[in-house]
Design a protein around this ligand. Structure first.
Ligand SMILES: Cc1ncc(COP(=O)(O)O)c(C=O)c1O
Length: 363
């Protein structure tokens, strides 16, 4: 089978192995904790679980392609119009839809700072796009350098705030500068997957109103603080014209029936979100204090994960933690050879992670 070069070059996404398979492979008898994918360690809310049970009888039906009830509720919550919202099978799907809708030309360029969320790159490569990657500066987006790279071929600019994997944010004024420098046929994507965590920090600025400013789409998700990663549902907020174009390309039943009714219920459970954010904040400060005690550098995070420096080969530390049943992410593949990213877990999970890390670093 012959395929185009840009497909040949792709490597399949390597997801983590199922926990039970890891247990078998590594011969671990005790507990395995997964702090690798920035999921909510508390799980979904009780209301969400009830919604899953009650929709089970209806999965013989196709989902509502318009996400009618969910869209109504979210529009009310955000004080935007229904036609400013689009849902996706995870915000991942919306990233792909953005490519398919707004970056269809042969010479189109995609611009972002790197390291950032790796899907911008993977999806871009699958479409054979030219990816323009500007290095981060002090773990944050380098907005001056980014703006310098905007040209006639630029079609999509990704701004990830807080940025995955560093946890650093982009100031609202800097985002506005990018928007002002991206006229006509360029789309600015503000990826706020960690919004609920970020907004609990005093100095995180609300960005929602920026969708009115130009060719902008704000992406958020139910995968993180809402604890629904396994159901795959995220959303975008943009001017009606942009949403309309995306809807022309969107597969008709892209968001499944269980995800729709569960997200609807999850929106009602504010207590669960508050609690999830609180547990994460507490855990993050615990991790900071333990890293300080161990003399390890870390990046201040506006999210539910922390990037930290072990001053040793990150892949080695990753493997040692894995052997002890603690799964984190090595950042060596991103060029941070001595850094790892850990998702903030429950208090107990955080303690287990720290005691294993300390044991490994002291050997
Ligand atoms: C920055 C960022 N954007 C988007 C996503 C994708 O989220 P979803 O589960 O909604 O596809 C993630 C997931 O890790 C992320 O970190």
């Amino acid at each position: 089978m012959r395929v185009d070069k840009h497909i040949e070059k792709l490597k399949p996404y390597e997801g983590g192995k199922p926990i039970e398979e890891l247990r078998r492979e590594l011969g671990i008898n005790g507990r395995i904790i997964k702090l690798a994918s920035n999921e909510n360690p508390l799980g979904p809310s009780k209301k969400a679980i009830e919604a899953i049970k009650s929709i089970a009888d209806s999965v013989n039906l196709y989902p509502d392609g318009d996400c009618f009830y969910l869209k109504n509720k979210l529009a009310e919550k955000l004080s935007v119009s229904r036609n400013n919202i689009i849902f996706g099978n995870g915000s991942d799907e919306l990233i792909e839809l953005i490519y398919r809708t707004f970056a269809t030309g042969l010479n189109d360029e995609i611009l972002y700072c790197y390291p950032t969320f790796v899907e911008y790159k993977i999806i871009g490569m699958s479409f054979g796009k030219k990816l323009v990657e500007v290095p981060l500066k002090n773990f944050s987006y380098d907005i001056d350098a980014l703006i310098e790279h905007i040209n006639d071929r630029t079609r999509v600019i990704f701004l990830n705030t807080p940025n995955n994997p560093t946890g650093a944010i982009i100031k609202k004024a800097d985002i506005e500068r990018v928007i002002d420098n991206a006229p006509d046929n360029k789309l600015v994507v503000i990826d706020e997957a960690y919004y609920e965590y970020a907004i609990s920090e005093d100095d995180y600025e609300e960005l929602l109103e920026l969708y009115k400013k130009g060719n902008v789409i704000i992406l958020r998700t139910f995968s993180k603080a809402y604890g629904l990663a396994g159901l795959r549902i995220g959303y975008g907020i943009a001017r009606a014209e942009i949403i309309d174009y995306l809807n022309r390309v969107r597969p008709p039943f892209n968001v499944n029936i269980v995800a729709q009714s569960t997200a609807l219920a999850a929106l009602d459970d504010r207590e669960h979100i508050r609690n999830s954010v609180e547990v994460s904040r507490r855990g993050k400060f615990y991790l900071y204090s333990e890293f300080d005690r161990m003399g390890l550098r870390y990046v201040k995070s506006y999210t539910n994960y922390v990037l930290f420096d072990v001053n040793r080969d990150a892949d080695f530390i990753y493997r040692e933690l894995l052997k002890r049943g603690v799964i984190v992410r090595s950042m060596a593949g991103y060029g941070y050879k001595t850094m790892l990213r850990v998702t903030v877990g429950t208090d107990e999970e955080n303690r287990i992670f720290i005691s294993n890390l300390e044991e490994i670093l002291n050997v």
